[in-house]
Design a protein around this ligand. Structure first.
Ligand SMILES: Nc1ncnc2c1ncn2[C@@H]1O[C@H](COP(=O)(O)OP(=O)(O)O)[C@@H](O)[C@H]1O
Ligand SMILES: [Mg+2]
Length: 332
């Protein structure tokens, strides 16, 4: 584990369940990890593994009927606070969401309202959270940031509406808006999945540059292993609401231990390959964690499953090498 002074966000025993008529859907089930100051944690896993709900839980924006339990210790201020003890709609949590922890998504149209100009929306972030800022200051800052994220003629662009911009430009504008208050943590949830590879590479480079400049931490969520290799210092591999492997990114990919991580490595997406064929190496899909049995979640798809052991209980997460943890009976 990292030196505690080094940790910006400590997520501990996070559980997010949705009580549905069909049963209890355990979207996030006892997840713990650290995001270190100035570093990038990659969160890797196929669609449906619980990555987005983990991010939503940290910011307390899980849709109803989701219930979040556990701890999210945030050390960006003078003292450490457990964000989950703050009322979700209270002022402190709004402050955290607006100026301490910012989030960007795959679909920028969810971040922007279609009826206001890009400039007004970016400026609004500053005007709401910094009551001493004037409109002129906010506008100057918005223009500066839009230029910084690579938008040409930002002083003209700020007067445009979201639909007037290309997908790549909207994505850049959302990053500009997220960075307006210089957040200490940026949560990026599949921010480049919808973009073509050239623009994806530009955006990834941009996030890295801005991170180095501002010293912020990043939690980078993706199903794309190549992106994790490019962006992350540490990686948490998620499967069915649980972390199955976590550690230093080079260490984990050099000697992947969990059969799920190994399978992901065999299915590295290559340029030009279609999305659908990416995870060919793993048969089937991620199941829905509705009242999941007490077993390894990967049991049904695992080529190395040991019947009678893997389906007899949930394996513990154990440290196999310093800082490298795996949840699999093969190593217990
Ligand atoms: N609002 C919701 N209500 C009920 N179930 C949800 C909701 N959001 C996500 N889930 C379920 O939680 C699980 C994890 O989803 P999610 O975190 O979105 O996965 P990922 O981001 O890794 O693709 C999935 O089984 C999904 O169907
Ligand atoms: Mg998601």
């Amino acid at each position: 584990m990292a030196d505690q002074n080094d940790v910006l966000l400590e997520v501990k025993n996070l559980r997010t369940y949705f009580k549905l008529t069909e049963g209890t859907l355990k979207a996030v089930d006892d997840v713990s990890f650290n995001v270190r100051k100035g570093r990038t944690l990659g969160v890797l896993g196929e669609s449906g593994c619980g990555k987005s709900v983990t991010a939503q839980s940290i910011l307390q924006i899980v849709p109803t009927p989701g219930r979040v339990e556990g701890h999210v210790f945030y050390s960006g201020g003078k003292s450490t606070i457990d964000l989950l003890t703050l009322p979700a709609e209270g002022e402190s949590m709004r402050e955290i969401r607006g100026r301490e922890i910012a989030m960007i998504f795959q679909e920028p149209m969810t971040a922007f309202s279609p009826v206001h100009t890009i400039g007004n929306q970016i400026m609004e972030t500053m005007l709401v959270h910094d009551t001493t800022a004037t409109k002129e200051e906010a506008q100057a800052k918005a223009v500066e940031l839009l230029g910084r994220v690579g938008i040409a003629m930002p002083e003209t662009r700020i007067h445009e509406f979201p639909f007037q911009l290309s997908g790549g430009m909207r994505q850049r504008s959302m990053i500009a808006m997220a960075l307006m208050m210089k957040p200490k943590l940026l949560i990026a949830d599949e921010p480049t999945t919808a973009l073509d590879v050239t623009i994806q590479a530009q955006i990834l480079r941009l996030i890295k540059e801005l991170q180095a400049e501002m010293g912020m931490s990043v939690m980078f969520i993706t199903h794309n292993l190549g992106v994790i290799t490019n962006m992350a210092d540490e990686v948490a591999v998620m499967y069915l609401g649980k972390i199955v492997e976590i550690g230093d990114v080079r260490q984990v990919f050099k000697s992947a231990m969990h059969p799920y991580t190994q399978a992901l490595l065999l299915s590295i997406p290559r340029v030009g390959r279609k999305e659908k064929t990416r995870l060919q190496a793993i048969g089937g899909n991620v199941p829905v964690p509705l009242d999941p049995p007490p077993a390894c979640g990967f049991f049904s798809r695992c080529s190395r499953a040991v019947p009678g052991r893997c389906d007899a209980g949930v394996p513990e997460l154990i440290e196999t090498q310093p800082g490298h943890f795996v949840r699999c009976v093969l190593y217990q």
